[in-house]
Design a protein around this ligand. Structure first.
Ligand SMILES: [Cu+2]
Length: 168
C-alpha cells in the first residue's frame, strides 16, 4: 500500500519541478509541505524507495569552455561536462546519473541531498542538456555548476564547481 502511494508522489514532484515555469518553486514547496503534514506514511516510504545515490568515486563536473576571469558576451554559451557519471533526464532516480544545474551569483554548491531550488538564479537542465545560453547583465558574475540526481537532490560539493566571468 505504501509503495503505491509513494511512486506517483515522486513522479508528480518530478514533473512539477521539471515542466512548469516560474511558479514551480512555490508549487513544489506547497506540495511537499502538505505531503509531509498529511501523509507521514508516504513520506517515509518515499525515502526508502528512492535513496540518494552515492557519488561515484572520482566523478567530477566542469565548465568545458569557460575559464576564471574570462571576458565573454551575453548570451553566454556554457558547455557543461561530467566525467565518471552519466547525464540523464530528471524524473527517475538512477545510480551513477543525474543532471546539471547552473547557479547564477548564488551558492558555490548545494548541500548533499538538498533539492536544488528552481528560480531565475537556479537553472535546471532536466532534459539532460549539456549546453546552455544564458543572458547575463554586463559585469562580473559567478556561475556554479551543480550536479543532482533524478529528483533534483544535490550531489553536493563533490559534483560542483564554480567559475567567475566578466560579461561585456
Ligand atoms: Cu534539477
Amino acid at each position: 500500500m505504501k509503495k503505491f502511494i509513494a511512486i506517483p508522489a515522486i513522479l508528480i514532484m518530478g514533473l512539477i519541478s521539471c515542466n512548469s515555469g516560474n511558479n514551480s518553486e512555490k508549487a513544489a514547496t506547497t506540495d511537499s509541505t502538505s505531503m509531509s503534514a498529511d501523509t507521514s506514511h508516504s513520506t517515509m516510504a518515499m525515502s526508502t524507495e528512492a535513496t540518494m545515490p552515492e557519488v561515484p568515486a572520482g566523478a567530477t563536473v566542469y565548465f568545458k569552455n569557460l575559464k576564471n576571469g574570462e571576458t565573454v558576451s551575453s548570451p553566454v554559451k556554457v558547455e557543461m561536462g561530467a566525467t565518471g557519471i552519466s547525464v540523464d533526464s530528471a524524473g527517475t532516480v538512477k545510480p551513477n546519473s543525474g543532471h546539471f544545474h547552473i547557479l547564477i551569483d548564488a551558492e558555490d554548491s548545494i548541500p548533499t541531498g538538498t533539492v536544488v531550488a528552481k528560480d531565475s538564479t537556479h537553472l535546471h537542465f532536466g532534459n539532460a542538456q549539456q549546453v546552455a545560453n544564458i543572458t547575463l547583465a554586463p559585469g562580473k558574475h559567478k556561475l556554479a555548476l551543480q550536479f543532482a540526481d533524478g529528483a533534483h537532490r544535490s550531489y553536493g560539493s563533490k559534483l560542483a564547481t564554480t567559475v567567475t566571468i566578466n560579461v561585456k
